[in-house]
Design a protein around this ligand. Structure first.
Ligand code: ADP
Ligand code: MG
Length: 249
């Protein structure tokens, strides 16, 4: 039984086919890259896996269970968590408040009810969790600073702390390196490895080839909504079709 499987996924928006019979098999504990040109269908694939969209055809299996028609919050409870391509921080809030509120907004699991519940003991437990994930992501030292004052790398780490607070089994990261300088990129690469080493499977959509090639165990390449290639970083780097469609540009 594989950990996470997308089977012949198609997604149409009116006349546009964003995904055309795409299949992926992700093993537990791997870092999988999902790459391809703009508009190839990467973010749509993430939304179909996480339940933000239902596919037009095909199925999603998570640990042997068919979750294709499960709503996103049910999947989040089972551990399929997506971070957003856009930065979603509240600039007027501190880093700490962002993680707390972000947790509340992300899902409906016990943790999030506890945060705003009347149960003091569970509230303290939620705050302990927020502290723990902020320490894990290396942002706890700056928890009282306004989110808008933090460098991009810290803001992204905060976004990942929010995702981690809900206890993911698989984390879908949509372009976490976008706009980062080389130093921030290196720090974020270490964080992604640390997340994986803690037992979380990672699927990564990214254009930064240094990050993709350095992090991923395997890479799947989308082009015009179709799976163009799949393999280890070295195979993908030297694949003629991939170079022509994407890497050569
Ligand atoms: P990528 O993330 O690889 O850049 P997307 O998955 O965002 O690509 O988009 C794939 C294609 O689907 C694009 O042509 C895009 O315009 C289209 N698309 C994505 N979301 C929607 C939507 N909600 N409605 C209509 N078209 C969409
Ligand atoms: Mg995208």
């Amino acid at each position: 039984m594989s950990f996470l499987t997308a089977k012949n996924i198609s997604k149409r928006f009116g006349g546009l086919t964003a995904l055309d019979q795409v299949s992926l098999d992700v093993e537990e504990g791997e870092i999988r890259g999902l790459i391809g040109p703009n508009g190839a269908g990467k973010s749509t694939m993430f939304k179909v896996i996480s339940g933000a969209y239902f596919p037009s055809a095909g199925s999603i299996l998570f640990q042997g269970e068919d979750v294709t028609r499960q709503p996103w919050h049910k999947r989040a409870e089972e551990g399929i968590i997506r971070t957003f391509q856009e930065t979603t921080l509240f600039e007027e809030f501190t880093a700490w408040e962002n993680v707390l509120v972000g947790c509340h907004m992300q899902a409906h699991t016990g943790l999030f009810r506890a945060i705003f519940g009347r149960d003091k003991a569970r509230e303290r437990e939620a705050e302990r969790k927020v502290q723990e994930v902020m320490e894990f992501m290396g942002v706890a030292d700056r928890k009282d600073e306004m989110a808008s004052d933090l460098p991009l790398g810290f803001q992204r780490a905060l976004g990942m702390a929010i995702a981690l607070a809900s206890g993911p089994r698989v984390l879908l990261l949509d372009e976490p390196f976008a706009g980062m300088n080389p130093e921030e990129t290196n720090t974020m690469m270490d964080l992604v490895r640390k997340v994986r080493d803690s037992g979380i499977t990672v699927i990564l959509v990214e254009h930064d080839m240094k990050a993709i090639m350095g992090l991923c165990d395997r890479i799947s390449v989308l082009n015009f909504g179709q799976l163009l290639a799949e393999g280890a970083p070295e195979e993908i780097r030297n694949n003629k079709d991939v170079i022509e469609a994407y890497l050569g540009a």
